[in-house]
Design a protein around this ligand. Sequence first.
Ligand code: NI
Length: 389
Amino acid sequence: MADSSRIETVAADAVAWRRDLHAHPELLFDTHRTSAFVAEKLKAFGVDEVVTGLGRTGVVGVVKGRSGGSRTIGLRADMDALPIEEATNLPYRSTVPGTMHACGHDGHTAMLLGAARYLAETRDFAGTAVLIFQPAEEGGGGGKEMCDDGLMERFGIEEVYGLHNMPGLPVGSFAIRKGPMMAAADRVVIDIEGRGGHGAAPHHCVDTVVVAAQIVTALQSIVARNVNPLESAVISITAIRAGEAFNVIPQTARLMGTVRTLDPAIQDLCEARINAVATGVARALGAEAKVTYERGYPVTFNHADQTDFVADVARAVSGAERIDTKVPPVMGAEDFSYMLERRPGAYIFMGNGDTAGLHHPAYDFDDKALPVGIRYWAELIERAMPRAA
Ligand code: NI
């Protein structure tokens, strides 16, 4: 078991790091201050190697156990914040207008730093721990960029693990499932071309507003009628852009939306049906529709053996009664999925207690969760790569 008093000591310091990061949020790949903060701390902890600039502003720390060992395991935290104006009166509230840590990545970064310090001080394992701090989780694909920069190969990572805090789940609780944990998130844009004209003479026009409305309605039939009722999919049209005036039928209209799926076959089905429905409805009404379908973050897929393993780690940290191993998947998306496409591993939810939801302006990471997360990471490394008895 990881050394409890040492974990508590590290966690007490991690509160200050977390609040410092919270006060200085940075967006996407512009995590320059955060990356420097992380790299400086890692060096101060005496880790064996610190590499910066992977995936633009990503940082990697390497800690070797003191008993040799050939295995290498990656642990990942995200560092970026969100374009949200913070609505709290916390003493450490965001100092950057319009930017806040509303997803708890400040907590994720502080916990992995805490684990780095604990592991560097104790080194009570046989193998290598690779601590991955990625930028641009919130839409920029920073995890993918780090992988494309050779993250897995360069450090010889064999398995990789991720974690996200979860409001509504009590602090100290964990939730996970095998297979799809979070959804693939794709973007769709539908451009409609009709024939504009006078609002009083619709018979001389092809009304793109009417076409757009019918496409939106017809798209609802895909999830309702084409997707197997036992599978999951979301198609949300979230923007309709057309027209400027009371008396003009617009020549063009644009729809935008998001598609969420948990299975590649369902993803293919949704893409094909959106294309067919949008172009077919438009043509039936005398217009043309062009569908641009852009695949985003893939499904976050938990590998079976690694999920069993981290469920045991979580049980050791919190007790069996606080671990849910059959949590339903979430239709949000996560770019840790790119790391899980390259290496086996697992992604777990950790309770953040009764706080505002993720991406809410009143959200705050719960500092009481810091020792839980630090212990989880430390325990994971010590159990995955135990020293010979
Ligand atoms: Ni997040």
